[in-house]
Design a protein around this ligand. Structure first.
Ligand code: AMP
Length: 527
């Protein structure tokens, strides 16, 4: 029996928004309609919090609620650590050390298991989203997390791209430029997308890795702590349990202030307590610098895209923090561009990811000649002429090579692929050897916006042996290719010799480690 004759296993794809504070998972139903999949607690979003309890890992609201009682058993905000090696970040529970991607895999396992229960079928494939400014190590770590959770990861895509897809499959034939403002629990991301004739193109993107709802929460936490200290000369933040308790109260207060003009927080610690009345106005005054930061990022992105507000047709809001009135006011103050209200800010990204899952599978159908998806789904996701919807992303970091500057007598970074280049992209350049009689041409690949090598992130090396007795300045050809899956390949050519290196990312796990880590993770029961 040839491979083509084998009965194909049923496949089911989902879209996963792996958020800093909350996750969401969605699928496309048999009629081609995107739907959020609720978890076993009947919630449409799941807190990205893990509670380790022996060999059990409890994920979601239960874990979050227990955070106060058992803070030492809790892991949260793991998205901020993605892409770090185990030596840079790890957490230890029950004698086992977990990397960021393993912890994220535990969260994904919960989402997958709950989805399977709800749908009544195995979930095999997924598209997972990341902030547009995530670098390659962070993306690869995200891909590994999905694999560790037992999923075939079809693609890792940018959150704003997913949001733009969710914004309107029906509107993709209208020409428009959308501004996606995504302020979540821990990250901030602004992206400008162009939609025309079934093609979504990213024009510019920028963001702040460390700006999100948590910063607003911290303002309230520190405010209450200051009042407590003034009253009782004691710091309620030094005790982990008291901190968690206050943190939860601050979070609730912040959300209340989105719909009310005032609220009250009472916090007790060491037998003493403080009561603080907070008005929305006072809170907004204390958080003004955060709003200003958001505004500056928006302005930078507009400059990078070389656009003014008259060229923007619609603003899309994603991330729970965009429910906050001061955020909306700031956005309205910048321009008179209408804000799209037909997508829920918490769900848009997962829904867009599920849509991308179908688009990826349709692409596979074309290649394999086999039908994976129901006809109704296929029809809904193809253009009127039967063509597929196309998504073009851009690079969000410059990929360069370290060269020698003879006049300045120092090394510098030459940009091979500049930030914001549409992907896939290939660039070629010819360089001269720095000295006579060089035995090897060593290409040092870096990522970053600076021309100073020390200020960029080293990604890898590609070298070739050179023939003997070459004069200084002998030509070496260098090619960088960057594909849709954000994999960089570097090719060095000189004198009939060639070396081709796929730049492996510095994440915690190698391919063989993924296999053993997957088996290891199965020892834990995820609830
Ligand atoms: P996300 O990571 O996109 O789910 O965003 C979650 C963040 O949004 C958290 O910091 C939440 O506290 C915050 N958030 C959710 N709803 C509201 C609301 N109504 N008002 C203010 N912040 C909110």
């Amino acid at each position: 029996m040839s491979d083509l004759d084998k009965p194909t296993k049923p496949r089911k794809a989902v879209g996963i928004d792996l958020g800093t504070t909350f996750c969401a998972i969605a699928h496309i139903d048999a009629y081609g309609k995107p739907q959020i999949i609720p978890n076993t607690e009947s919630e449409r979003i799941t807190p990205s919090v893990i509670l380790f309890d022996g060999t059990n890992a409890i994920v979601g609201t239960m874990a979050k609620q227990n955070a106060v009682a058992e803070p030492e058993k809790i892991v949260d905000f793991v998205k901020r650590e993605m892409g770090k090696s185990k030596s840079q970040f790890h957490r230890e529970f029950n004698g086992k050390i977990y990397s960021a991607e393993e912890l994220s895999a535990i969260i994904i396992r919960k989402l997958k298991a709950d989805a399977e229960k709800y749908l009544g079928e195995p979930v095999t494939d997924a598209v997972i989203t990341v902030p547009a400014y995530f670098n390659d190590a962070e993306r690869t770590a995200t891909l590994h997390s999905g694999q560790l959770a037992g999923l075939n990861v079809l693609q890792v895509i940018n959150e704003p791209t997913a949001a733009a897809l969710a914004y309107g499959l029906d509107k993709l034939e209208q020409e428009q430029t959308v501004f996606v403002f995504d302020l979540g629990g821990g990250t901030f991301d602004v992206t400008i997308m162009r939609i025309e004739s079934n093609h979504i193109r990213m024009l510019a993107s920028n963001g702040d890795h460390r700006l999100g709802g948590k910063d607003w929460d911290d303002i309230i936490v520190n405010w209450v702590a200051e009042e407590f200290d003034q009253l009782h000369n004691d710091n309620p933040l030094l005790d982990l349990q008291s901190y968690q308790d206050l943190y939860n109260r601050a979070l609730t207060a912040k959300i209340q202030l989105s719909s009310r003009s005032r609220t009250t927080i009472v916090h007790s610690f060491n037998g003493k307590s403080v009561k603080l009345d907070i008005t929305r106005e006072d809170f907004e005054n204390r958080a003004r610098h955060l709003i200003e930061k958001c505004k500056t990022t928006c302005e930078i992105v507009m400059q990078e895209a070389k656009l003014d507000w008259t060229k923007i047709d619609r603003i899309l809001l994603t991330g729970g923090m965009t429910r906050m009135p001061s955020v909306r006011e700031m956005i309205k103050g910048m321009s008179s561009v209408p804000i799209a209200d037909d997508v829920s800010p918490d769900e848009a990204v997962a829904i867009g990811a599920a849509m991308q899952g179908v688009l990826s599978m349709l692409g596979e159908e074309d290649v394999l000649g086999e039908r994976i998806l129901p006809q109704e789904v296929r029809d809904r996701f193809s253009g009127e002429d039967g063509s597929l919807i196309k998504v073009t992303n851009i690079t969000t970091h410059t990929l360069g090579v370290v060269l020698w500057d003879d006049t300045r007598v120092e090394e510098y970074v030459f940009p091979m692929i500049r930030k914001m280049a549409p992907v896939p992209v290939e660039t070629k350049n010819s360089f001269g050897t720095a000295k006579a009689n060089m035995k090897n041409a060593i290409v040092r690949v870096v990522e970053g916006e600076s021309t100073v090598p020390a200020e960029c992130t080293p990604l890898g090396i590609c070298d070739i042996e050179l023939p003997p007795f070459l004069p200084k300045g002998s030509p070496v050809e260098l090619t960088y290719t960057y594909n849709e899956n954000q994999v960089l390949e570097v090719i060095v050519d000189a004198y009939g010799r060639q070396n081709r290196v796929q730049i492996a990312r510095n994440t915690g796990l190698s391919d063989s480690e993924i296999e053993s880590a997957t088996a290891d993770l199965l020892q834990i029961t995820v609830l």
